[in-house]
Design a protein around this ligand. Structure first.
Ligand SMILES: [Zn+2]
Length: 309
């Protein structure tokens, strides 16, 4: 086997697509739901094309950091209007998302040409602390504002997918505030971005990240334009070397359950109005939801014991 990182001939070791340390934080999510292959299984999603030296020595620092920030910020749930003060190491966040995207691409035998020697060196060397210029990362909080509890959709706390749909306009075209009538937008093309190589969405329980990889030769102007559109049009925060930002909710009652749909900020606002008109935010409704969630948390405790990692 040729190691995916160092390119040396060696015996392959097991490499988790999303690090084992992160999966360990959510033992109640014991099944892997692979919607691309249409399978559900009990094993963790894994690869076997990384040598022991790379896996255990060169790239493991990334997983150590990933576990740390997910444990610190995203094991807990948030409320709809919560704002999180998120302090992070931008270079390590880039490395973490790139590593998981690279793993996922290899597991689907997809195109990995973005991962040039330069990018692989970036991942393999803990000493490289300068972030990559042609990678943009956005983050937000995933909060269930829908009337449907998490378990109704499979309790998928860890989710990821390639090329989520960045919508160019709101899913709902019009909401009649008198009658509650909703009209969907019939045509809603994807937002185009110049020189986008590929993108990924990652959900780690209450933390949601978008990784955008631009072609290496993207001009400063195009990069700037793309980032302005991303910043203004979507309910996410762009992360940067500043390392300290506030994150707020990036999901609506719809996009919470369909993480591959990236609705525009005003689209999320319309969904919030629908949720409000439907009465989901009423104290009474919230109380029922809390009761169900408390029962579900008990069940999760039981599942975590029954399927130890
Ligand atoms: Zn190697």
């Amino acid at each position: 086997m040729i190691c995916a990182y160092c390119g040396q001939e060696a015996k392959g070791t097991k490499e988790h697509i999303i690090s084992c340390a992160i999966l360990d934080l959510f033992p109640e999510c014991f099944a892997t739901i692979d919607s691309i292959r249409g399978k559900v299984h009990l094993g963790d999603p894994m690869l076997k094309d990384v040598c022991a030296k790379c896996n255990n020595n060169r790239i493991s620092y990334i997983d150590t950091y990933a576990k740390e920030i997910i444990f610190d910020y995203f094991v807990r749930k948030y409320e709809k209007d919560d704002v999180l003060n998120f302090a992070y190491d931008y270079t390590l966040v880039q490395k973490m998302l790139l590593k998981y995207a690279f793993n996922d691409l290899r597991s689907h035998k997809d195109d990995t040409s973005f991962f040039t020697q330069n990018i692989l060196d970036f991942l393999m060397n803990e000493d490289i602390v300068e972030p990559l210029r042609n990678v943009t990362v956005l983050a937000g909080l995933a909060v269930n504002t829908s009337p449907a509890p998490d378990y109704m959709f499979g309790n998928n706390k860890i989710r990821w997918g390639k090329n989520p749909v960045f919508l160019s306009n709101s899913i709902i075209e019009h909401l009649n505030y008198e009658t509650g009538e909703i009209s969907h937008r019939s045509e809603n093309p994807r937002q185009e971005f110049k020189k986008m190589s590929f993108s990924y969405v990652f959900r780690f329980n209450s933390g949601q990240f978008l990784l955008i990889c631009w072609d290496g030769d993207i001009s400063d102007d195009d990069l700037k334009t793309n980032n302005v559109v991303l910043q203004c049009q979507y309910p996410y925060t762009i992360l940067s070397s500043q390392g300290d930002h506030t994150l707020s909710r990036c999901t609506s009652e719809t996009t919470y359950h369909f993480e591959m749909l990236i609705d525009v900020s005003w689209g999320q606002g319309i969904f919030d109005d629908i949720t409000w008109m439907r009465g989901t935010y009423l104290d009474e409704s919230q109380q029922y939801l809390k009761e169900i969630e408390t029962l579900w948390q008990k069940e999760e405790g039981y599942l975590a014991k029954r399927f130890p990692r």
